[in-house]
Write a protein of this length. Sequence first.
Length: 137
Amino acid sequence: MMTPTDPPQRLRDAEIPGLLRANAELVVETLASEAGFPFAMDSRSVEWLDGYINRIRTGDWSEDEINQMVSNLGSYLGEAILAAYGGAWAKDEHGWHIRFDERNRAYPFAKVGKQLKNGPEDSIFSFYSAIGVVFRK
């Protein structure tokens, strides 16, 4: 049993991809009723999410709410990339990303954060689609 003086337990890096997958599945479940079609980890759903982010991004969100959106929607985007193009979750000095090979990575959390901040010019759907030009399973 933990007492108030015990240090917080840290997750091991090996446990994180499973949590990212669970976050992505939560996004699918949550947005399924809003999308009006079978929301999944696919191109159509990423395109819909791109528009959704643009619709909600100007809301009066706290920093914590924005961080939670980046975490959840970034997990979803990463899992959608994995489903379409392969790769694996990995961590480097810039954070969690999808690693395709030794030189090529995609940073879905950063991209979601940029679209929330900057709008359509930092589209997650354009990002997702561009990966398909370069990386295939």
